[in-house]
Design a protein around this ligand. Structure first.
Ligand code: IVH
Length: 666
């Protein structure tokens, strides 16, 4: 390809990728498969490799680039980033309305009411429609340059739909609830400290010196204001939001316009009631005077504008009684104290448990059994005990002490130096076994449908299983004897177990529950070594040589595989036929059908068209609806249509279902 052709193709690929990105991340309405998207991306990457002079920083291939930084440079905001005054009650909101109307006597006033996103304020600068710089709010005057990290936020466009000369937009970067929960789950698996809430997680992720870490954190942004602009003008704030959305920037769609403060309040209350239905956290509503000209006349105090206010939701706290403090033994043997509560309504759910984390925290908060405590949803997920109402004490409360023996197996409990956690020392502790099995069967691991905690408990009690490998020798006759197990659930469980044998090597390694080895590390190990056998044989030095595998993890991996008990279980798993090799699938980066185009015709016996399409695409191939001389294969089922004839005419290979299965090696 010559450079002129390459330039054209590159530009058209970039436009196409930007459109798909926008549809996926901003409109939430994708029109292309992941595989199709990956294919376009690969083509662009290849062309940019061939023609490095055509690479520009706004190319979709350049979101995550560069090396870790040394530190953050500072950026002075052209227009200071103010904060907002708060209204904590209806009365305070009505005061705000009176102040506004008082300053604009006899005028009509409209408000725009928006969600108050609980994230981090950022400012982004676009020049000629290209994203050139971005900063944190900092102290409002000076922020930190986090351009390289903002580029990794998928719904932030690197190029706007219009090449406006200069535009500074302001908004909030946040971590969606699901991403937050997943992040904390994997941190827990890796023994790392958890983030208290999505906002802290977002802040921690944005302030990473290595943009690759930020990129892996799944951050998103909503934009809600213009800081500076040239070449356009608006009369109202609402218009400016529409303008931002029109440029391809994500603008939260739930903003509304009202004239009456009573209506404003109703809308705030409406969201207060359903805030937990949103896939991200909000901590209130923002009420803004809509007319920009009125905004100007109202002006600002030193810290905040007079034309806007934050209506803060009441914190999700409640008072209740601690009936007991119980201990749960996790799969790594850690004893986690949990408060059993008098059930209480909190943030839309009934809560009867709260985590107390560890003994230090119980001591620090001085929680006794029988105390009345304030509980709060931490990051809106697991409730925690915030404080004890000591004035409610009657003297009947009992202090809590960590036991010296494991509540499940009676083995000695120890606290390791430098750790807050107490652990059961027995490798064969039934609680550890149970938790380990729950983990083994869980979603990110072997994903065995129908094998939840209750069933695992039943199987253990009945003595049918003693380790994970025993699951694969369960018999139909044994299962139907169990309580609440019918023929159907027994058959389903056996089928799910059979299916799980095909799980990727990465999943299997994760499922083993090796301390500090989370989902990602397990995938890395699988990709690096290719087989379970090689992972088992890997020495410490070889392991720490792999990027992403630190000394702690390497140590834990070698210890795990050195234990006879673990080796025995693994041997049994291998004998049961569990997959122990990394397959050629998308995650391996191998695309055996790369560049191949398939056309499907007639009825296939074993797959639907959709399924066949997914398989082809997952291997890097493409499915087209019409036959041309560029078609590589026509897959012909029963009663093929005219495509079959066309293929014969053009000399395109026609294959049957059996041959198709061979090609995709199913
Ligand atoms: S407007 C001068 N709108 O809340 C007004 N802020 O407590 C600038 N925030 O620093 C802010 N959602 O980080 C505005 N829809 C929204 C918002 C919002 C969240 C944050 C923002 C600001 C803080 C003030």
């Amino acid at each position: 390809m010559d450079i002129t052709k390459a330039r054209e193709r590159i530009e058209s690929l970039r436009r196409e990728l930007e459109t798909h990105n926008y549809r996926y991340y901003v409109l939430d309405d994708p029109v292309i498969s992941d595989a199709g998207y990956d294919r376009l991306m690969r083509e662009l990457e290849n062309l940019e490799k061939q023609f490095p002079e055509l690479v520009t920083p706004y190319s979709p291939t350049r979101r995550v680039g560069g090396k870790p930084r040394e530190g953050f440079a500072t950026i002075e905001h052209r227009v200071p980033m103010l904060s907002l005054g708060n209204a904590f009650s209806e009365a305070e909101l009505r005061d705000f309305d009176r102040r506004v109307r008082g300053a604009l006597p006899g005028e009509d006033v409209s408000y725009v009411v928006e969600l108050k996103i609980d994230g981090l304020a950022v400012s982004l600068f676009y020049e000629d429609g290209l994203f050139v710089r971005g900063a944190t709010r900092g102290n409002g005057e000076i922020g930190e340059d986090i351009t390289h990290n903002l580029r990794t936020v998928r719904n932030i466009p690197l190029r706007l739909k219009d090449a406006v000369p200069a535009l500074e937009v302001r908004g909030e970067v946040y971590m969606p609830q699901a991403a937050f929960e997943q992040l904390n789950r994997s941190r827990e698996n890796e023994g790392k400290p958890l983030f208290a809430n999505p906002r802290n997680a977002a802040a921690g992720s944005l302030r990473q010196l290595d943009p690759r870490i930020t990129a892996a954190r799944n951050l998103r942004a909503w934009f809600y204001a213009i800081g500076y602009h040239e070449g356009v003008s608006f009369a109202t704030h609402g218009e400016s939001l529409e303008y931002l959305a029109g440029l391809g920037l994500p603008v939260n769609p739930y903003y509304r316009r009202f004239q009456d403060i009573g209506k404003v309040l109703d809308y705030c209350r409406e969201w207060e009631a359903k805030r937990f239905e949103l896939p991200f956290a909000i901590d209130g509503m923002v009420v803004k005077v809509d007319s920009l000209e009125q905004q100007e006349r109202l002006g600002a105090t030193l810290k905040s504008p007079r034309w806007a206010i934050a209506f803060k939701f009441s914190p999700e706290q409640a008072a209740t009684k601690v009936k007991d403090i119980i201990l749960r033994v996790g799969r790594t043997g850690v004893l986690t104290p949990t408060a059993v509560l008098e059930p209480v309504r909190l943030a839309g759910t009934t809560v009867s448990r709260a985590t107390l984390h560890n003994e230090d925290i119980i001591k620090e908060k001085d929680v006794h059994i029988g105390d009345t405590v304030i509980v709060q949803k931490a990051g809106e997920i697991i409730p925690e005990v915030v404080a004890v109402l000591t004035e409610e004490r009657t003297g009947a409360e009992k202090p809590f002490k960590m036991p010296e023996q494991c509540p499940d197996c009676g083995a000695r409990v120890v606290r390791q130096e430098g750790e807050a956690a107490f652990r059961c020392t027995s490798m064969t502790c039934p609680a550890r076994l149970r938790e380990g099995l729950i983990h083994f069967a869980s979603r990110g691991a072997m994903d065995i449908a129908g094998l939840g905690p209750a069933v695992i408990e039943q199987l253990l009690k009945a003595g049918l299983i003693h380790d994970a490998a025993d699951l694969y020798s369960l018999k139909y006759e044994e299962l139907i004897k169990l309580e609440r197990f019918g023929a159907k659930s027994a058959r389903n469980l056996l089928a799910a177990l059979e299916e799980s044998k095909k799980a990727s090597l990465g999943r299997l390694v994760f499922a083993l529950g090796i301390r500090h080895v989370g989902e990602r590390a397990a995938k890395t190990l699988a990709g690096h070594f290719g087989t379970l056998e090689r992972i088992m044989k890997a020495g410490y030095e070889e392991l720490v040589g792999i990027p992403e595998i630190g000394p702690k993890m390497a140590e834990s991996i070698t210890t795990f595989f050195a234990q006879e008990q673990n080796k025995a279980v693994l041997e049994k798993l291998v004998r049961a036929g569990v997959n122990t090799e990394e397959k050629r699938r998308r995650e391996t980066g191998l695309h055996p059908l790369e560049g191949k185009t398939f056309v499907l015709t007639g009825t296939l016996q074993e797959f639907t068209r959709q399924k066949a399409k997914e398989i082809i695409e997952s291997l890097g191939g493409k499915v087209s609806s019409s036959v041309s001389k560029n078609t590589d294969y026509v897959v012909s089922g029963e009663n093929p249509g005219s495509k079959y004839e066309k293929a014969v005419k053009l000399g395109v290979p026609v294959i049957d279902e059996k041959k198709f299965r061979e090609i995709v090696s199913l």
